[in-house]
Design a binder for this molecule. Structure first.
Ligand code: NAD
Ligand code: AHE
Ligand code: ZN
Length: 375
């Protein structure tokens, strides 16, 4: 079939919206009509050329929602008409990782996914001249139609609006999941969140749900503070306006009984390795846990004095908020529909596919939280 997609032809170039050819689903695969997709900073990271796994030409996008149109041979858990959210972290329920009970990082198809291919090692997308186009994160939601493995689709309720629940495909689940699954934040904790964008705001929302007492937001952009306050931020630090960001956070958490200070939990949602260091070092001696969410460019490395860890701080990372997609994503959709989590106000811009590059401009200018393309 033919469909319309925004294609990343080369690193660093704007996406080009065009008609592409899409082959139907093979065994174990599903054809999905994408109804809406969010623009996550990770799409921009890959588009820009910073991603060591970036392959071009590719159809980016991994934060979508849509409807099943057709299923391939052997597909048993989905049928045409089902509403689905694509999962860049699939859940096969059979691999060693899924069975371990210790991680959400299903390994069933990670190898081919990282090469921009379907599990059989081929691509379903091509240009009208026959040039193959790579898949991205196993999703390619910047296309009106895509083909995905059955294990990489979460079936969700049919009354949930696509233009909101697409955000659960990455940002919402990553942020809230980082708090609940990865950090395991307890009631009464203190926390610092670095980067108050589409991910950081959901970390803040998760911290409020977990019953955090003090939630310190950190961002270079003062304009991000207003929205963060609405989601539960209690204090704001702009690193460009203080001498020492770590000290500023430590000072905010000192009490009469605790002269040391430091947050119980910190989260990096910037992808900047210097910020990751600050996030670790502002966490409390003896028990502070710092969670890396941000994705850093090729070649970037984190560093700190080992003494920071010797003295009890723990450095962790999280992908998709530690969520098991087919199991957890439908629950996130229920939480949204039941009013337990807020999404609508974070979707600051709605675009058509033709306007997708404007969405990346808004991200760069710091003017959007989430821009969503509706098909
Ligand atoms: P975003 O662009 O919406 O937000 C980033 C925020 O960080 C912005 O508000 C920006 O002003 C702020 N910022 C940038 N540099 C800063 C600095 N030095 N100090 C303080 N604040 C700074 O991006 P997003 O969509 O929220 O994504 C955030 C990061 O999370 C990206 O690196 C993205 O790739 C990553 N991510 C990771 C996962 C995962 O599963 N681990 C999932 C989604 C996104
Ligand atoms: N390709 C990059 C790494 C990108 C990365 O870490 N991706 C996250 C999800 S970001 C979603 O917005 C992830 O899920 N990682 C686990 C995995 O298996 O990719 C690189 O540096 O090579
Ligand atoms: Zn993402």
């Amino acid at each position: 079939m033919r469909t319309r997609a925004a294609v990343a032809l080369e690193a660093g170039k704007p996406l080009e919206v065009m008609e592409v050819e899409l082959d139907g689903p093979k065994a174990g695969e599903v054809l999905v009509e994408i109804k809406a997709t969010g623009l996550c900073h990770t799409d921009e990271f890959t588009r820009s050329g910073d991603d060591p796994e970036g392959i071009f030409p590719a159809i980016l996008g991994h934060e979508g929602a849509g409807v099943v149109l057709e299923v391939g041979e052997g597909v048993t858990t989905l049928k045409p008409g089902d509403h689905v959210i694509p999962l860049y972290t699939p859940e096969c329920r059979e691999c060693a990782s899924c069975l371990s009970g210790k991680t959400n990082l299903c390994t069933a198809i990670r190898n081919t996914q990282g090469k921009g291919l379907m599990p059989d090692g081929t691509t379903r997308f091509k240009m009208l001249d026959g040039t193959p186009i790579h898949h991205y994160m196993g999703c390619s939601t910047f296309a009106n139609h895509t083909v995905m493995p059955e294990i990489a689709l979460a079936k969700v309720r049919e009354d949930a609006p696509f233009d909101k629940i697409c955000y659960i495909g990455c940002g919402v689940t990553t942020g809230i999941g980082a708090v609940i699954n990865t950090a395991g934040v307890e009631i009464g904790s203190t926390a610092a969140v670095f980067g108050l964008g589409g991910i950081g705001l959901n970390v803040i929302q998760g911290l409020r749900m977990a019953g955090c007492d003090k939630i310190i937001g950190v961002d270079l952009n003062d304009d991000k503070a207003e929205m963060a306050k609405k989601f539960g931020m209690t204090h704001f630090v702009n690193p460009s306006k203080v001498d020492n960001t770590v000290q500023a956070i430590v000072d905010l958490t000192k009490t009469e009984k605790d002269h040391l200070g430091g947050v119980d939990y910190s989260f990096d949602a910037t992808g900047n390795v210097k910020v990751m260091r600050d996030a670790l070092e502002c966490s409390h001696r003896g028990w502070g846990v710092s969670v890396i969410i941000g994705v850093a460019p090729a070649g970037a490395e984190i560093s700190t004095r080992p003494f920071q860890l010797v003295t009890g701080r723990v450095w962790k990372g999280t992908a998709f908020g530690g969520a098991k997609g087919r199991t957890d994503v439908p629950k996130f959709v229920d939480w949204y529909m039941d009013g337990k989590i807020e999404i609508d106000s974070m979707i600051t811009h709605k675009l058509t596919l033709d306007e997708i590059n404007h969405g990346f401009e808004l991200m760069h200018k710091g003017e959007s939280i989430r821009a969503v393309v509706e098909f």
